[in-house]
Write a protein that binds this ligand. Structure first.
Ligand code: GCU
Length: 343
């Protein structure tokens, strides 16, 4: 049903009553009231972060924006803390249509189409700003983001994960040799395992949600992630040594089920995509601010941050590009990405 937006200058009592009856009967309301109305469609979005993570804040805002801009036809409910499942599971749930949307790390998609790997490697992005000039740029990403139709998935766009660094129970780690014999949790993908091997440690793949307990129980000696997750997941409580390796700037993707996305009208789908782009910009601004806050807060809790021999880690990681960017599509994306480094 199409809802028309009706504006009346100074309605008389009778006209106002007639209008509100009409709106009640048709289920429509004028756009200023849209934010107070019950939405017609609520998309369920799975997130593995806490409510104080900037992705939660930005995605909640996305839902409100979408509700306002579609006159209440669509909104989003964000389910944080992996309540709908770990990322490994929610990819399947979105694919089957049981969940509408999810934020998943690039490594999850790498396992569906290896070309996603190009954005998960060291030395691809020079900075978050460089990354943001690429990952929501259709001239570079369009084919890649449409490549999961066979899995009934569509990538809507990307959000930064910020730079990832190492943190360990014993430390400090300053050079690859310092990681010798240490079991470091990684996201499950062959390239991520190789990253830790090359950095000098023993990679141990596991889900994000298992890391806190694995650190506490001594199953692993460290992990690698950004400062924000280091704080919000409370990993600093056990792994108090944060080594600023900044070895990779990760990407989180918003993925949607093709069925639900196709059920939107062309106009609403356009609004949805535009609103996500605005959300990504808000998220980047928030990310930088929250990273500074996370460093300060974890330090207050006793975590120590140290610089590393960046040259030694870079030398160790450098061969990965040649090893993993190994087909025509990835090479094209890699070249286009590097061209955006100096824009
Ligand atoms: C980051 C990222 C998550 C990812 C996690 C991980 O926090 O934002 O999407 O799941 O790293 O290491 O698994």
């Amino acid at each position: 049903m199409r809802c028309l937006s009706i504006r009346v200058a100074g309605p008389t009592g009778v006209l106002a009553l007639a209008l509100s009856l009409l709106l009640a009967v048709t289920g429509c309301a004028a756009s200023p009231d849209a934010t107070h109305k019950r939405p017609q469609h609520t998309l369920r979005l799975a997130l593995n972060q806490t409510e104080d993570h900037p992705s939660y804040t930005a995605l909640e805002d996305f839902g409100k924006r979408l509700k306002r801009d579609t006159d209440g036809r669509w909104t989003i409910d964000v389910y944080p803390n992996s309540t709908l499942g770990d990322q490994e599971d929610v990819v399947q749930l979105v694919s089957s249509g049981a969940v509408d949307l999810a934020i998943v790390s690039g490594t999850q998609l790498e396992n569906l189409n290896k070309d996603f790997r190009v954005f998960n490697l060291p030395e691809v992005f020079d900075s978050i700003d460089h990354q943001m000039r690429v990952i929501n740029n259709p001239a570079i990403t369009s084919d890649l983001y449409h490549s999961l139709d066979g899995h009934h998935l569509r990538v809507v766009g990307g959000l930064t994960q910020g730079a990832r660094s190492l943190y360990t129970v014993d430390g400090p780690v300053r050079k690859p040799a310092d990681l010798k014999g240490m079991k470091v949790r990684v996201q499950a993908s062959p390239a991520q395992l190789d990253i830790i091997r090359r950095m000098g440690g023993s990679p141990t793949p596991m889900s994000f949600g298992e890391v806190y307990t694995a650190l506490q129980s001594g199953v692993i000696d460290g992990a690698e992630n950004n400062e924000v997750s280091y704080l919000t997941q409370k990993h600093y409580e056990t792994a108090g040594h944060f080594a600023k390796t900044d070895h990779e700037i990760g990407v989180d993707y918003l993925v949607g089920g093709t069925k639900v996305l196709h059920s939107m009208s062309a106009t609403d789908r356009k609004v949805f995509n535009q609103d996500f782009q605005k959300t990504a910009n808000t998220h980047t601004r928030l990310w930088k601010k929250e990273t500074r806050k996370a460093i300060a807060e974890t330090k207050r809790h006793g975590a120590t941050y140290n610089d590393v021999d960046k040259g030694a880690f870079a030398d160790a990681l450098h061969p990965l590009i040649k090893q993993y960017v190994n087909d025509a599509q990835m090479t094209k994306i890699y070249r286009q990405t590097r061209k955006k480094a100096d824009d």
